[in-house]
Every structure is written in structure tokens, then in C-alpha cells.
Design a binder for this molecule. Sequence first.
Ligand code: HEM
Ligand SMILES: N[C@@H](CC(=O)c1ccccc1NC=O)C(=O)O
Length: 279
Amino acid sequence: MTSSDYDPSSEGAETDFARRMSYGDYLSLDAILGAQHPLSEAHDEMLFIIQHQTTELWMRLAIHELSAARRAIAKDDVAPAMKMLARMSRIFEQLNNAWDVLRTMTPSEYTRFRSQLGQSSGFQSRQYRLIEYLLGNRNHAMLKPHAHDVETTKLLEAELATPSLYDEVLRLANRNGLKMPAAVLARDVRETHSFSEGVLHAWREVYQAPETHWMLYELAEKLVDFEDYFRRWRFNHVTTVERVIGFKRGTGGTGGVSYLKRMLEVELFPELWRVRTIL
Ligand code: HEM
Ligand SMILES: N[C@@H](CC(=O)c1ccccc1NC=O)C(=O)O
């Protein structure tokens, strides 16, 4: 330490953490920073691991926000749900930007450790599947990669038994003067919602007179905004995959890019996209 180095303890900064909770204690950094275990000598494997781990952390927050937003909407507490949905868009914006870091890995670099991944793949991300199910994209076939894991299967099954975020929004709209089709309100929530003319016409009322349906109008736009960012995430994924492995099959066993391109067609809130055409 040179004489010009400033010592913050001179103004009272606490420096003795022998018996106090420290930064690392509070954040469980030993657990988090001790969880990177590359299986090869390849320089880029650390990037690959950290990219996935940070994504999983952001997904953890996304699940926290989405479930709280759904609970709030179910009890007509819309204002806090708006904030949570706005945050969801920001989380996905953050995840979208993160692809730029991963894209610095070339095919030559990835090939050095790809074989170490065995048959593991993002396909088996339980948090990702939970997000899709929460949002209403409820493909039961996606339970299969989790069949060996009783806890995850239970968690995903419980999610399938719960109305999706969009189901709760449609119920809220129905409680607030819009006439949603009875069949949609009583649908089997385990399945993916499919496009409904009745729901489309209900949303048209909102979009034709935003000032009389301001709360639903704002909520609908929050959902559209979020789906916009989520679509970009899917697109960034497939583009990165093509850039890194071309048209090779995925380690998870799908066709790779062909499978991910199919997923670009998923529409979470179909009537909110369609309503734009009829205004
Ligand atoms: C070089 C980087 C990556 C490559 C080459 C790649 C490749 C693939 C491929 C080929 C699939 C299809 C399943 C399969 O057959 O394996 C897939 C699925 C998936 N990947 Fe990645 N991926 C990459 C990065 C990431 C990252 C950073 C995440 C973030 C967690 C991620 C999450 C997922 C998820 C959630 C799925 C399932 C998607 C769905 O079912 O719609 N991937 N990936
Ligand atoms: N499916 C990728 C492998 C992969 O990306 C992956 C492997 C293990 C853990 C996470 C992964 N990321 C996303 O799918 C591949 O085919 O190269």
C-alpha cells in the first residue's frame, strides 16, 4: 500500500467480518463460484458453462416474477403485476444481449469440447420448461426428458394443473366487462390454449377503445412486449446454433436448427397478435 492509497476504514467502512455476515456469505458465493467444473482443457468451456449458469439464474428470477404476476392477476391486483411483467421484458432483453458473448465462440472452439457434453442439452432445462408451461406453451412431450427425475416431473405436472398466466389474464378480462367465451374460461388448462375468435373479438373491444379499458389495454401490451422479447430469445438461440454447429444434429437428439426453427412458430398470446390485423 502506498501512502496515496485511500483506506475506506478511515471513514468508518467495516473491515472485520470474522463474526459478521459478509458479502460472500449473504450471496452464497462459495456455492456459486465453486460450481464451474469444465470437463476438458478447452479454453471456451468456461464461457459455455457460465453462459448457461447465468441464464439459469435469470430464469430463476423470471419464474419468481411470472408466478407472482399470475397470483396478483388472479386476485385483481393488477398494478404490481404490470411491474413484474415489465421486469420480465428487461430480463429477456438482458438474456438477448448475453448471446453476443456466446457468439464469440467459433465452431472450431466449440468442437474442442462438444463431445464432453454427451447427450445433455438445453432441452432438459427444467426451469426453461417451467417458463414455457407458465406462459401456456404446454407440450406434454417435453415432460419425457425429466421422467428420471421425480421432483422435476412433480413440479412440471403441478404447473400443468395450474391455469397459465394468459388463462388468468382472460379470466380477469372477463371479470372486468369483456365477454370471454365460456368454453375458453372452462378449458382444460393442462393443454395449450388455441386461437379463439371469441377472445379475439373481446381484445378488439379493448384496442378500439383503450380509454374505457385502460387497465386491460396496458396489460395486453405488456404481454405483447414480453412475447416480442421472448421471440427474439428463440431467434438468437437458433441463429447462434446455426453459427456454431451448422445443421448438425443436437446433442439432445433433435434435428438441431430444424427443431429450433419450428419453435419460432410458437405463439403464446395468439389473439393479441391477430387483433392488430382487424383494427
Ligand atoms: C453453442 C451454444 C448452443 C448450442 C450449439 C445449442 C444447441 C441446441 C440444440 C441443437 C437444441 C435442440 C435440442 C438438441 O437436440 O440438443 C437446443 C435446445 C435448447 N437450448 Fe441450446 N444451444 C446453445 C446454447 C444455449 C444456451 C446458452 C441456452 C440457455 C440456457 C440454451 C438453452 C436451450 C433450451 C432451453 C433448449 C430447448 C428449447 C426448446 O425446447 O424449445 N442453449 N440447443
Ligand atoms: N445441444 C447442443 C449442446 C448444448 O447446447 C448444451 C449441452 C449441455 C448443456 C447445455 C447446452 N445448451 C443448450 O442446448 C449441441 O448440440 O451442441
